[in-house]
Write a protein that binds this ligand. Structure first.
Ligand code: FDA
Length: 398
């Protein structure tokens, strides 16, 4: 039996960072990872360059049953703190767009940095641990036993095993099972930042596979101005991934094609170019295949001068709020994150500790806090890990 001050389950973004922060505060840490290596999702993130934070990250960029929950942790570990850390490690970075920060070179640098941040005399990383059971003794000691009989004991346990998105990388619902074992509620998990699938009449749009255009996309109360991409299954691209987190089965997704166009742009075109066709105007502003698909559906195959204003207004309105009725998502296999998770109502927003089970903490994606696309999810991993590490150190030394 190996004894330490804290056992952290999961050496992903949150677990690795928490281990380093706790180790630097003098705690002996057992960091246990199921996979053969740590930080696998970090390595594939941001197309291999890891979008490690977002300059604008704040509580408003996260979905949670309690929108206030993330405030404390995010305020105490900010994007500027993480930038300072990577600069200390000499990692070059750049802003791509919309405050999204990426490594110039490779996500491998982030994993290497997180490992370097773990003091080797205090943090022990063990990979390929197949956890068979987690128990809590009457004295509050947690014991983690692996299938091969190895065991670890500590007065504190941090759940940092992420969510079930991308199961082929080994992701699972382990965090939720463990939380339930200790009596914590779990907010129904669902795939988020995920492509949407189209069927029925919308299925025809799948013929546009590969076509992208800047749009405004809406689902529920959320609206994002980014690119949408048609796929052979339906809709993807950043704008769609963003709204997918807010989308519920049965909801429509509204798309504004030509978001920059003036409200009455077709009426103006009728006045200025009465001999032209709607198809031509759309082709001037959109990829040809998309322009043709929209023109086919709008009809109005006459010169603009011969189309009634009310019909042009209706076409403008339809282009400004084209309704798709997705019949589903591409599921956890393609979801960048999982929305829902361990209920925030069960955790302290300052420490990430479970109110009912002292010494039990949950951080990162396992918790019901889900960021937008664009570096927000890593920022939550860093911030929640930092909050837990501070609290662990306080608990240990007081
Ligand atoms: P994470 O999934 O990183 O780590 C969990 C760890 O626990 C894993 O190492 C896993 O193997 C381990 N584990 C699971 N079960 C276990 C068990 N039973 N016992 C022991 N260990 C166990 N976000 C962002 O901000 N910017 C970006 O660029 C991207 N890009 C991106 C691309 C792709 C393809 C995906 C799938 C996701 C992203 N994300 C992202 C999201 C981001 O990767 C994610 O939110 C964080 O990795 C979450 O960090 P966690 O540490 O909570 O989980």
């Amino acid at each position: 039996m190996e004894r330490s001050d804290v056992i952290i389950l999961g050496a992903g973004a949150a677990g690795l960072f928490c281990a380093g922060q706790a180790g630097q505060r003098g705690l002996k840490v057992a960091l246990l990872e199921k996979a053969e290596a740590p930080g696998k999702k970090i390595l594939i993130s941001g197309g291999g360059r890891c979008n490690f934070t977002n300059l604008g990250a704040g509580p408003g960029n996260y979905l949670s049953a309690n929108p206030h929950f993330a405030k404390s942790a995010l305020a105490r570990y900010t994007p500027a703190d993480f930038i300072a850390l990577i600069e200390r490690h000499g990692i070059a970075w750049h802003e791509k767009t919309l405050g999204q920060l990426f490594c110039d070179s490779s996500a491998k640098q982030i994993v290497a940095m997180l490992l370097e941040e773990c003091p080797s005399e205090l943090v022990t990383l063990t990979c390929e641990v197949d956890v068979a059971s987690v128990a809590r003794g009457e004295d509050g000691t947690f014991t983690v036993t692996a299938a091969d009989g190895r065991a670890w004991a500590a007065p504190a346990l941090v759940i940092a095993t992420g969510g079930p998105s991308i199961p082929k990388m080994g992701a699972s619902d382990f965090a939720y099972k463990l939380a339930r074992q200790f009596g914590l509620k779990v907010v129904e998990p669902r795939p988020a930042l995920v492509p949407l699938t189209l069927g029925g009449e919308d299925a025809l749009f799948r013929e546009l596979s590969g076509v992208a255009a800047p749009v405004l996309a809406r689902a529920g109360k959320a609206e994002f101005a980014e690119a949408a991409l048609f796929t052979h299954k339906g809709l993807s691209g950043p704008a769609i991934l963003q709204v997918s987190s807010f989308w519920r089965h049965g909801d429509p997704v509204g798309i504004t094609f030509l978001p920059e166009a003036a409200t009455d742009w077709l009426l103006e075109a009728k006045r200025d170019r009465p001999r032209s066709h709607l198809r031509t105007l759309l082709r001037e502003r959109l990829p040809a295949r998309l322009a043709d698909a929209l023109a086919d559906r709008l009809g109005l195959e006459r010169e603009l001068g011969n189309i009634a204003d009310k019909d042009l207004r209706a076409a403008q309105g339809q282009l400004a709020d084209w309704r798709f009725a997705p019949n589903g998502t591409e599921g956890y296999a393609k979801a960048e994150v999982t929305a829902g998770g361990i209920a925030t109502a069960e955790l302290s927003s300052r420490t990430m500790e479970a109110a009912k089970v002292s010494g039990l903490y949950a951080i990162g994606e396992a918790v019901d806090v889900t960021g937008w696309l664009g570096g927000y999810n890593f920022q939550w991993a860093w911030a929640s890990a930092h909050a837990a590490a501070e609290a662990l150190a306080e608990a240990r030394w007081t």
